[in-house]
Design a protein around this ligand. Structure first.
Ligand SMILES: Cc1ncc(COP(=O)(O)O)c(C=O)c1O
Length: 479
């Protein structure tokens, strides 16, 4: 009797197709520079190329892979291109991709320690490694009252920090009254929109979010923060949470954490430090000045999925008092009870973030750290900063352009002196042409170009070519 059809991919088919996929990815990286960095398709174009109905009968894997090449690839913006200088990077690397593949292969759902002890313990271990690697305070180590967890994004991390801060404020209040629309949140006018979003989601009221004024370098003014806190107290409100940024999205400004931290400590305000992209620079001791004062932080976050060669998603979130976080997010229905949890001897990371289920994300991070070693990671971060500084130098030397903000690490904010229209034109032409991809912001009301070096395979020749192309576009403006 013939075997009944299972519809599954057999192990042998999986091996064959798996090799083809790995080959496809390796080939993709080899030819990545041949694609326009920014996808050139029009809205709806990709969907129009797809069959309107799903297949009734399963299709050969080879034809699915062929469609990836022919139908999907045109709609890809090539974040991994060495000519990608837009936004902040979301870089990836061989070891990260393979670690992620293994995570998929194991198919672990690590909501509890007991649902895969290695998933929890490797995560705790790697996050402890990172405390040392980045020179973060010891209070973030799992052996203390604090500890770290991998979240999907920095946006989720700041939301969890805010919820824990609110819980702490309510907990320590003499009555529940204080919560009633009276808790106030502080961040700089240049902070990432995820803070505003967290306030929205937490239902704390956008009228209770204070965007503190910044100095000429776009960093938060601590004296303005203090003034605002005092005014809020006088108005009968309760200062609750502040977020300082190490490397703002617009211009890579560094908030003075030490001064902000002193103010927060005196006023019993939870301080969260958002180092989403720039935190990775602290791998190099010479860049650790960016987080001076981080010992004042109640929580801290940085994204290896931005600049640390670990593909999306992977955001490391640390707290100094994990009890505050767990008290905020913990629930224990009967169906999740187990001996290990009841013993209190293990970490159940489901209590450290919003979703219950969780992927084995630490695997890719572990692969990256073991593959590159601290030496390899430092080498590439230093190289990116060096290339950026070279670019900033070229901008300064060209009298048609000006720097719009200091460039402390790997982002240059610059503009053509002829004004917004000229800058818009330069950017649009470059992006349409596809040679490179850069994006913009507004600083002091003026359209500003952002050039961020953080792609895994970006080398000196890519940066030099990008500058040449920018100059060419500037030239054609004048003609
Ligand atoms: C400073 C800063 N904070 C937070 C975020 C949000 O990151 P995520 O996409 O991980 O939520 C970003 C994104 O660029 C950022 O630059």
């Amino acid at each position: 009797m013939p075997e009944p059809k299972t519809f599954h991919m057999t192990p042998d088919e999986f091996r064959r197709h798996g090799r083809a996929v790995v080959d496809w990815i390796a080939d993709y990286y080899e030819r990545i520079e041949s694609f326009p960095v920014l996808s050139q398709v029009k809205p709806g174009e990709i969907r129009a190329s797809l069959p309107p109905r799903p297949p009734d009968v399963g299709e050969p894997f080879d034809s699915v892979l062929a469609d990836l090449e022919n139908l999907i690839l045109p709609g890809i913006t090539h974040w991994q291109s060495p000519n990608f200088f837009a936004y902040f990077p979301a870089n990836a690397s061989g070891p990260a991709i393979l670690g992620d593949l293994l995570s998929s292969g194991l198919g672990v759902q690590g909501m509890l320690w007991s649902t895969s002890p290695a998933c929890t313990e490797l995560e705790t271990h790697v996050l402890d490694w990172l405390v040392e690697m980045l020179g973060l305070p010891q209070k973030f180590l799992s052996s203390t009252e604090g500890g770290g967890v991998i979240q999907d994004t920095a946006s989720s991390a700041v939301l969890c920090a805010l919820l824990a801060a609110r819980e702490r404020a309510i907990h320590s209040a003499p009555t529940q009254e204080k919560w009633n629309g009276k808790l106030v949140v502080y961040t700089s006018a240049q902070a990432h929109s995820s803070i505003e979003k967290a306030v929205k989601i937490a239902g704390m009221g956008s009228e209770n979010l204070r965007l503190i004024e910044v100095d000429e370098n776009f960093a938060m003014r601590p004296e303005a923060l203090l003034r605002q806190i005092e005014a809020d107290r006088q108005a009968g409100l309760t200062p609750c949470f502040a977020c300082a940024t190490v490397g703002t999205t617009s211009s890579n400004a560094m908030d003075p954490i030490r001064e902000i931290g002193c103010i927060c400590r005196e006023n019993k305000i939870w301080l969260h430090v958002d180092a989403a992209m720039s935190g990775t620079a602290a791998l190099c001791p010479e860049f650790r000045w960016i987080q001076d004062g981080v010992e004042f932080a109640d929580s801290y976050c940085f994204n290896p999925h931005k600049w640390m060669f670990t593909n999306f998603d992977c955001s490391c979130f640390y707290v100094a008092d994990r009890a505050a976080l767990v008290r905020t997010l913990s629930i224990l229905p009967e169906y999740l009870r187990n001996q290990a949890t009841d013993s209190g001897a293990v970490i159940d990371y489901r209590d450290w973030h919003i979703p219950l289920g969780r992927r084995f994300r630490s695997l890719k991070l572990w692969f990256v750290i073991r593959h590159y070693g601290i030496e390899g990671l430092q080498f590439h971060i230093r190289r990116h900063v060096e290339l950026t500084q070279q670019f900033a130098h070229w901008v300064k030397e060209d009298r048609r352009f000006e720097l719009a903000a200091p460039a402390p690490l790997n982002l240059v904010c610059f503009r053509h002196k002829s004004g917004d229209e000229a800058n818009q034109q330069i950017m649009d032409r470059l992006n349409r042409n596809g040679d490179l991809y850069l994006t913009h912001t507004k600083l002091n009301g003026k359209l500003t170009l952002r050039f961020c070096v953080g792609q895994t395979n970006t080398e000196a020749r890519h940066v030099a070519q990008a500058w040449k192309r920018i100059q060419e576009e500037a030239e054609s403006l004048q003609s």
